[in-house]
Design a protein around this ligand. Structure first.
Ligand SMILES: Nc1ncnc2c1ncn2[C@@H]1O[C@H](COP(=O)(O)OP(=O)(O)O)[C@@H](O)[C@H]1O
Ligand SMILES: O=C(O)C1=C[C@@H](OP(=O)(O)O)[C@@H](O)[C@H](O)C1
Ligand SMILES: [Mg+2]
Length: 170
């Protein structure tokens, strides 16, 4: 195993947990959205606005193809694991962990966030439909699935750190 990828729907905790696991295990952490923003010198909503969603999706695939070869933890964006080529690239280079959060929790966390353009342009029903449509991809992409319902960030962090340590030797 080289890299650890966190996948799952917007608001499932990929960025928050990735950062905590990185501190807990003292391994480098990268957030794909942050890396793409830095490279483009724009926010994610600005990239969607200026170049459109298909161009952003290409940037995500380019990131997976080109990113440095080191042991690290990567928080993907919620759309990354819904593309077969991206799934192949991640599984070929590391361990993929799905943070499986209930829609109720997700909606509470993301509904008022201005930094997620897909939420900005959609109704609650549309987001719920997207959540259902994406779930099979997260299941297919992942080696490990973690139920986050009623679990604190600390509990989830410790569980994921345990799994990484357990599998690292293999
Ligand atoms: N299990 C959890 N318990 C409490 N808060 C959580 C949990 N998971 C995520 N959060 C909070 O929800 C918000 C969205 O999480 P974030 O890491 O940005 O999600 P993602 O990167 O998957 O879109 C953050 O404020 C985060 O701290
Ligand atoms: O689900 C998606 O399509 C997206 C999720 C976002 O990341 P988070 O999952 O970290 O919110 C970000 O990549 C972009 O707004 C698109
Ligand atoms: Mg995130």
């Amino acid at each position: 195993m080289k890299k650890v990828y966190l996948v799952g729907f917007m608001g499932c905790g990929k960025s928050a947990i990735g950062k905590r696991v990185s501190m807990y295990l003292k391994i480098p952490f990268y957030d794909m959205d942050t890396e793409i923003s830095k490279k483009m010198n724009m926010t994610i909503p600005e990239i969607f606005e200026k170049y459109g969603e298909p161009a952003f999706r290409q940037m995500e695939t380019d990131f997976l193809r080109e990113f440095r070869d080191e042991f690290c933890i990567i928080a993907t964006g919620g759309g990354v694991a819904t593309n077969d080529e991206n799934i192949r690239l991640m599984r070929e280079s590391g361990l993929v962990i799905f943070l499986n959060a209930p829609f109720r929790d997700i909606w509470r966390r993301i509904s008022t966030d201005k930094n997620r353009p897909i939420v900005q342009r959609s109704t609650k029903e549309e987001i719920a439909t997207l959540y259902k449509a994406r779930k099979p991809y997260y299941m297919k992409a992942s080696h490990i699935r973690v139920q986050t319902k009623k679990r604190s960030l600390r509990e989830i962090t410790k569980y994921i750190a345990y799994q990484i340590t357990r599998l690292k030797g293999e």
